[in-house]
Ligand binder design. Sequence first.
Ligand code: TXA
Ligand code: MG
Length: 339
Amino acid sequence: MTVIINMRDGIDERKIRVAARFILEGKLVAFPTETVYGLGADALNGEAVRRIFEAKGRPADNPLIIHIADFSDLKKLASEVPKEAKLLAEEFWPGPLTFVLPRKEEVPLVTTGGLDTVAVRMPSHPIALSLIRASTPIAAPSANISGKPSPTLAEHVIDDFYGKIKAIIDGGETRIGVESTVIDLSSEKPTLLRPGGLPLEEIERVIGPVEIHPAVRGKLIDVARAPGMKYRHYSPNAQVIVVEGRRERVRAKIEELVREYRSKSYRVGVMATEEFEADEFFHLGRSEEEVARNLFKALRELDRRGVDVIIAEGVEEKGLGFAVMNRLRKAAGYRIVWA
Ligand code: TXA
Ligand code: MG
């Protein structure tokens, strides 16, 4: 049985203690963060962490992020904390930023997917922070079945894991909607491994230019440093097609594709920042923030409405748009139409 713990109206310390006990017993608890929901287990308990991989159907070489609530915990997990990490933590923690650092031996290899580095972040969601403080550092990937869009609502977690994990804390909709930005600080040059909820521009403002791992932009396969990048990601059941290019041409291209697929008797969904005629339509919102917040919900929702094809409007690749386009292109399996 899965316990649904309702905390939509704010933190309840008594309920937090119940969930913390589950974590300390080696059980799996899904909880909200400011980015997406996480599927948590005691990060230092290898057996517990193994259950995360099992439940998600996640390949064992795709490492997890460890969530902490106090900066001092970082020294228990990473053997070295370079000055860039200190500067960035000072500025952006708690928040949607993950560091990859050299691993301390105490961190089980299951947690790091066998790597000698460890990914750590301090989330800002009060429920996440309370849960960690009441238990221990928590390893948590996004709380979705491997390959599916990440969850931004407790309902998404329930769809994927009801009956398979100990508890789900419902804290309502997550604020940011895309996962944390992952930056590798374990080697010589700071390298972006995943664009995310903290825009790259913000990071560069603090530590200067950051390299971008080639796999971030392309569909490069088999990447040793960022194992997560080689797997199919964020895919709904429907085929996603992204339309990119000059704004004034994108509208006409989307309309053309809708006509084309409908004429072949496909049920067509559109997700975009302005209104479109289609079998199903999901409005992503107008600002960068709204689009990021709605992205995964739109993919899951259009799937639920039973469309065969999802045509998604591309957005500008700056700020949160970098993370949005990275997720969209992956969801589309790199099926991109240029307008
Ligand atoms: O916002 C987030 O980051 C969410 C919430 C729950 O905190 N978590 C999340 O975890 O997105 P997950 O497992 O879905 O993504 C973790 C990413 C993967 O791409 C993984 O490959 C990368 O971080 N990663 C973790 N440890 C790593 C390491 N040691 N070296 C390189 N990449 C690592
Ligand atoms: Mg994930």
